[in-house]
Design a protein. Structure first.
Length: 94
């Protein structure tokens, strides 16, 4: 993880159905919107504020999201093209 936010712990915002990095609001935001039913999570969309794009934050967030899902032992479905591409690249490199 290479960004200045790499050390931030992923937060599961249950009320808003977001897995997010707790970036100070004045600096921006980065989150994945999801749906959860029992032990299955649907990954709908990743979003990084415009001013933070191009810095690797989405990749850092993706890594944290998939690590979180693995720790929870959940199944998942990816609807977000960025997350699907990110995950496929990691699987191909193994």
């Amino acid at each position: 993880m290479s960004t200045k936010y790499a050390d931030l712990q992923l937060v599961n915002n249950l009320a808003e159905h977001k897995l997010e990095l707790p970036i100070p609001k004045e600096e921006g935001y980065a989150f994945v919107r999801y749906g959860l039913k029992e032990n299955h999570i649907d990954l709908h969309h990743i979003e990084v504020s415009r001013n933070l794009r191009g810095q690797g934050i989405a990749s850092d967030l993706a890594a944290k999201v998939f690590a979180f899902i693995s720790r929870q032992n959940w199944d998942y479905t990816i609807y977000c093209s960025f997350l699907r591409t990110w995950k496929n690249r990691r699987v191909e490199s193994l």
